[in-house]
Design a protein around this ligand. Structure first.
Ligand code: HEM
Ligand SMILES: *[C@@H]1O[C@H](CO)[C@@H](O)[C@H](O)[C@H]1NC(C)=O
Ligand SMILES: *[C@@H]1O[C@H](CO)[C@@H](O)[C@H](O)[C@H]1NC(C)=O
Ligand SMILES: *[C@@H]1O[C@H](CO)[C@@H](O)[C@H](O)[C@H]1NC(C)=O
Ligand SMILES: *[C@@H]1O[C@H](CO)[C@@H](O)[C@H](O)[C@H]1NC(C)=O
Ligand SMILES: *[C@@H]1O[C@H](CO)[C@@H](O)[C@H](O)[C@H]1NC(C)=O
Ligand SMILES: *[C@@H]1O[C@H](CO)[C@@H](O)[C@H](O)[C@H]1NC(C)=O
Ligand SMILES: *[C@@H]1O[C@H](CO)[C@@H](O)[C@H](O)[C@H]1NC(C)=O
Length: 323
């Protein structure tokens, strides 16, 4: 019984040292922090709405490698020749680093050394999606910044556009996200753009014999080939949700059912009975249903392997670890 009790006490103490994210973590240490982020986003994102897509993708890529610890923002890591996540192929076009840097400068001016880059990414992502008319979600704070950024880990852990449903489910499960989270978070492809290189194999050389992906709608494939991505190595960009790239809506899911999901990873969601059932449920519900379910998954994603308490650090400059 005594042993039992000490284990209990140990867990309570350890739990509180380890800490968790908290609503309004900066309420006393930097009361204006969340407002500063929100105001800056409200001022600038309406002029550059495509940054909202860039930021949510940045948040996702950050969280999937070493947790949501701003490791993606590092230019170099201390003392080693490690390539950073930023220069890894899946970073492809992750944009918005300078936006986060400007926010960081404002927060350093207000309260030096208090607000982590990881929290800035999480808050700015949510606020920019809200400002562009998309869903909102809770962003508890208290994340700390990591010290390590590794290109090879990014390559291994960020899902690829050619991944099949089995790999995607496993990849998300590795981050404690379930198939519902997979289906909902993929809905972020309702906004933003992709380079032709992310899917041109489906148009030109799917199995290595100059063929197409038979699961891609042929009219859509023709259109992509002739107008959008005329060469296989094109660096042209296309809307992932044509005609609706700035609107966070359910059209992504209707396109999936029309075999017009842009990536194999998108169309894969229709090829598993559980994920397909979720897609159908979302389409039968309202936009508000989608938004509230998306919010739950986003909050979960924002908690992946976060560093709190005394682990990691509060970076002074988001691109470099403190010396
Ligand atoms: C399920 C596995 C996923 C795969 C395989 C995947 C893959 C990709 C790829 C290849 C691109 C195009 C990048 C480019 O060519 O520039 C892209 C764009 C994007 N992804 Fe994903 N993604 C996945 C999940 C997610 C999640 C979970 C989110 C956010 C919650 C997300 C948000 C976005 C956004 C917003 C864009 C557009 C970025 C922009 O406009 O700059 N994706 N994704
Ligand atoms: C980090 O790298 C980016 C380019 O990727 C550059 O614009 C920025 O100035 C660098 N920041 C620092 C502090 O080295
Ligand atoms: C992303 O990685 C590519 C190489 O794979 C590199 O050319 C590009 O500069 C990187 N992007 C950023 C923002 O660092
Ligand atoms: C380099 O990356 C490896 C993992 O790929 C990691 O174990 C190591 O700690 C990294 N080193 C630094 C200094 O970031
Ligand atoms: C999914 O992809 C993985 C890795 O490429 C492969 O090993 C597996 O056989 C594929 N599964 C299916 C059902 O195609
Ligand atoms: C999931 O994690 C395991 C163990 O770290 C790893 O071997 C595997 O490659 C991961 N799978 C995916 C699809 O990321
Ligand atoms: C298709 O891919 C195969 C294998 O990678 C390659 O040998 C072939 O040249 C490619 N064909 C075309 C038309 O690009
Ligand atoms: C890309 O395509 C163009 C035109 O088809 C060709 O001239 C060029 O060599 C290609 N580049 C690469 C890297 O394959």
């Amino acid at each position: 019984m005594k042993g039992f009790f000490s284990i209990f006490v140990f867990l309570v103490i350890f739990g509180s040292v380890r800490g968790d994210l908290q609503t309004g973590f900066y309420a006393s240490s930097c009361p204006k922090a969340e407002k500063i982020v929100q105001d800056y986003v409200k001022e600038h994102i309406p002029n550059a709405p495509s940054l909202a897509a860039a930021l949510i993708r940045m948040h996702f890529h950050d969280c999937f490698v070493r947790g949501c610890d701003a490791s993606l923002l590092l230019n170099v890591t201390s003392s080693s020749g490690n390539q950073t996540e930023k220069v890894s192929p899946p970073n492809l076009s992750v944009r918005g680093f300078d936006f986060i840097d400007r926010l960081k400068s404002l927060l350093e001016a207000e309260c030096p050394g208090i607000v982590s880059c990881a929290d800035i990414v999480a808050l700015a992502t949510r606020d920019s999606i809200v400002v562009t008319g998309g869903p909102s979600w809770k962003v508890p704070t208290g994340r700390r910044d990591g010290l390590i950024s590794s290109s090879s880990e990014a390559l291994a852990e960020i899902p690829a556009p050619f991944d099949n449903i089995t790999t995607l489910i496993q990849n998300f499960a590795n981050k404690s996200l379930d198939i519902k989270d997979l289906v909902l978070l993929s809905g972020a492809h309702s906004i933003g753009i992709a380079h032709c290189t992310a899917f041109s194999n489906r148009l030109y050389n799917f199995t290595g014999v100059g063929d197409r992906d038979p699961t891609l709608d042929s009219e859509y494939a023709d259109n992509l080939r002739s107008r959008k991505c005329p060469t296989q190595n094109s660096t042209t960009k296309v809307e992932m949700d044509p005609g609706s790239r700035n609107t966070f809506d359910l059209s992504y899911y209707s396109l999936l059912l029309k075999r017009r999901g842009l990536f194999e990873s998108d169309s894969a969601l229709t090829r598993n009975s559980n994920t397909l059932a979720l897609v159908n449920q979302l389409l039968q519900g309202t936009l508000q249903n989608f938004y509230s379910e998306f919010a739950i998954s986003m909050e979960k994603m924002g908690r992946i392997e976060v560093k709190t308490g005394t682990s990691g650090e509060i970076r002074k400059n988001c691109a470099v670890v403190n010396s």
